[in-house]
Design a protein around this ligand. Sequence first.
Ligand code: S3P
Length: 430
Amino acid sequence: MLQSGSVVIRPVRTVAGTVRPPGDKSISHRYAMLAGIAEGTSRLENFSTGADCSSTLACLRALGVPWERSANVVVIHGRGTKLQPPTQALDCGNSGSTMRMLSGILAGQDFTSELVGDDSLSRRPMARIIAPLQTMGAKITAQEGGRPPLRITGGRLQAIDYKMPVASAQVKTCLLFAGLFAEGETRVEEPVNTRDHGELALRAFGAEVKTQGREACIAGKQDLHALQATVPGDLSSAAFFFCAAALFPDSRLIISAVGMNPTRSGLLDLLAGMGVRISVTQLEEQHGELIGTVQVQGAKLKGTTIRSPYTEMLIDEIPVLAAIAPYTSSGIEIRDARELRVKESDRIAALAANLRAMGATVEELEDGLRIPGEQTLRGTEIDPFGDHRIAMAFAVAALRAHGETTIHRADAAVISYPEFYSTLETLGQI
Ligand code: S3P
């Protein structure tokens, strides 16, 4: 029910049905970028329908990479390692992944490019990629505080041995991509393990990447070959439905062909620990990524605490977990989540403001939230602060609220999941 950018969500009795989530956003970005610099033509099925991955494709086109798309199949004609200098600024839209990971490739190109983004992206920290890429030999300028736009003059890069101060898979992937263009072996060590889609994608395109514990190493000057692949379903998009099912003891959902990479699937363990009945069938591996079908049945929902290293693993699922926290028996405490303050919005503040608008008691912490359980929420007006995951999280909370909820500027969801509201509508049982 999308009316002039707002969506009205009415409470439901339960949720039931089958969902095939859209292609994983993290994997779609990485496959598209690597396909662009590979030799040969790649065919990517079930490519993410989100606007963020379209930003990546548009940047690739501006860098001289031809591609065609029909629905969710994208065919990319790789140019090999040398891209074409862009004639105008590369527009990354709302996508931090596009800006950070593409910067790794641009650092290896012997031309200057400029990367710009929307208001939200223009506020996000880029120093985390600028500093190590400069050490490798790229020349980069940014706005005050290391914010976009970025101007990157790439060229000859030297490998580095880098201990990342912040846990970020985008930064890790950026540096491994830059490592492909460097002399020597680039070694990246992260403070806690983050999603390993970059490492797996590089291997799928034929590169050798060594990993051990929290370290990943890549030798420079390796050739990539084209890939034929189906992108696994996005677990972070499916998370909204897992959590919707968790709200109703008699719910029954089947989520098919969803990515089950162990660096991403912490949500399933967490929900199981909270009492939700979860079973996985048809588990298979494709290009290093696990894919499965998950059956979810609700139960009386217990509370939990989320801390590092689980916080990092669940980072994109925290908005929806916070939004359902008041309905749990003992509440949810989220810690070590400072990074949420520099996502598409300050997600800690956005969650606290909207939970309070629904009548919940919430304690906002510098690094997280403390949300007591056994609370009753009322339908109200939600401001997603331009953030796709905040909009979708409160659409889920609204399913068990008293009265109807209006999500303003709900179309923010197009960033990762354009079909979200229509799918949610098919699952709600009145
Ligand atoms: C992503 C990593 C995470 C995540 C983002 C996608 C990725 O960001 O929040 O939605 O694809 O690597 P950080 O790298 O900033 O933690």
